[in-house]
Design a protein around this ligand. Structure first.
Ligand code: MRU
Length: 374
């Protein structure tokens, strides 16, 4: 895509301000970790993988100039601040844990070399995220018929990641393979990630997109207006329950009612193997102002109470498949995720999985998504 979501430039972090899209393309530059933390809280940058990249870069900024003797204590302060910004996206704590491991392995380095090591790790997280999205895009696009219409929610695109996108990465990969894919984007109240961001980035790439209000999906699906739903994830629990933008769960119910697949596109950095099920996923609640004010105008009486839940949980049994960069996991998702974990842990663990009848197996290097489809 023509615009870069987040970038490291001259020992600072540059992001496009997603609050102002599609009207204005304004870039913000942050020189310290407090600025990065504010950017995440205020949703200048948003989307689980993009938040992870921002947090990693924030750690590098926060540790700049720190002597290794004080580095662990400094890291604790910086990580605490970054982690407190948004609780649901597991990519944030995943990125912080990865940065901490690198820090601990680099404590013998002088201050400048330590900083450069952390900066390089943040850049690796950024690069690997794009590669993961391209890989999951290739797996996912094989599930799309040609032509097809994809209904999506929120923005799980280039803007929500280091680039290319997860749900929208699948759309991009399908288009690159010559499939005629069109997108219907829920507007996604209250922050309008669908109408503002998904529509903006798809139009930039000349991918056909139609915006609907969130409450129109029922009619659309009842009139065969989409062939499948594809959404991203902020956290996938070990049993396959999925936390994603508020309004995702009703779409999964509708998809089941109307007999169309409900796919979740999730890189490994969004899977939380330590969280047994969706009940354990913290749901962010944001300020009521976000809901009762639209474009600076009040759309509810002053003083009225309002809930502003940012995410909901889609139960695993409504999910047709989880598409990762390592392949497609089909139900039973809990067993597929166990098998995936074993593959990630190495050959010995994977062999043990095979012996206990796990449902996930690693594909050959050139294998298609079919290797994981049962
Ligand atoms: O509140 P947001 O905009 O950060 O929520 C983003 C989503 O819910 C996305 O679908 C999710 O992070 C996946 S992005 C690849």
């Amino acid at each position: 895509m023509a615009v870069t979501t987040i970038e490291w430039r001259n020992d600072s972090v540059r992001m496009i301000d997603q609050r102002l899209l599609p009207g204005r393309e304004v870039f913000r530059v942050f020189h310290d970790y407090q600025g990065v933390a504010r950017a995440i809280s205020e949703m200048i940058i948003r989307g689980a993988p993009a938040i992870g990249v921002a947090a990693a870069m924030g750690v590098a900024l926060g540790l700049k100039g720190t002597h290794s003797a004080r580095a662990e204590r400094r890291f604790a302060v910086v990580a605490h601040k970054l982690k407190s910004t948004r609780p649901t996206a597991v990519n944030l704590s995943w990125a912080l844990a990865r940065m901490e491991r690198v820090l601990r392995a680099s404590l013998d380095l002088p201050a400048r070399a330590l900083f450069e090591r952390l900066r390089d790790e943040a850049l690796a997280i950024q690069r690997e995220d794009v590669a993961a999205n391209r890989a999951l895009g290739r797996f996912g696009m094989q599930l799309l018929s040609d032509p097809s219409v994809v209904l999506t929610h929120c923005n799980a695109g280039a803007l929500a990641t280091a680039g290319y996108g997860t749900a929208l990465g699948i759309v991009r990969a399908a288009r690159e393979a010559g499939k005629k894919v069109r997108v219907v984007a829920d507007e996604t109240r209250p922050f309008f990630q669908g109408s503002r961001l998904t529509a903006w980035e798809l139009r930039k790439d000349r991918i056909p997109v139609t915006v609907i209000a969130d409450n129109m999906a029922g009619l659309l699906l009842s009139r065969h207006g989409a062939d499948c739903v594809i959404v991203g994830a902020d956290r996938v629990a070990a049993n396959g329950d999925v936390a994603n933008k508020i309004g995702t769960y009703p779409l999964a119910v509708l998809a089941q009612r109307h007999g169309i697949p409900f796919y979740v596109a999730a890189p490994l950095s969004s899977i939380d193997f330590t969280c047994p099920n969706g009940d354990g996923i913290p749901i962010e609640e944001r300020a009521a102002e976000e809901l009762v004010m639209v474009g600076g105008r009040r759309v509810a009486p002053a003083g009225v109470k309002a809930f502003n839940f940012a995410f909901d949980i889609t139960p695993a049994d409504l999910v047709t498949a989880i598409i990762t960069e390592r392949g497609v996991i089909r139900p039973p998702l809990d067993r597929g995720l166990v098998a995936l974990k074993r593959v990630l842990e190495g050959p010995a663990a994977a062999a043990q999985g095979a012996a206990t009848g796990a449902t996930f197996s690693a594909p050959a290097a050139n294998a298609s998504a079919g290797s994981y489809l049962r």
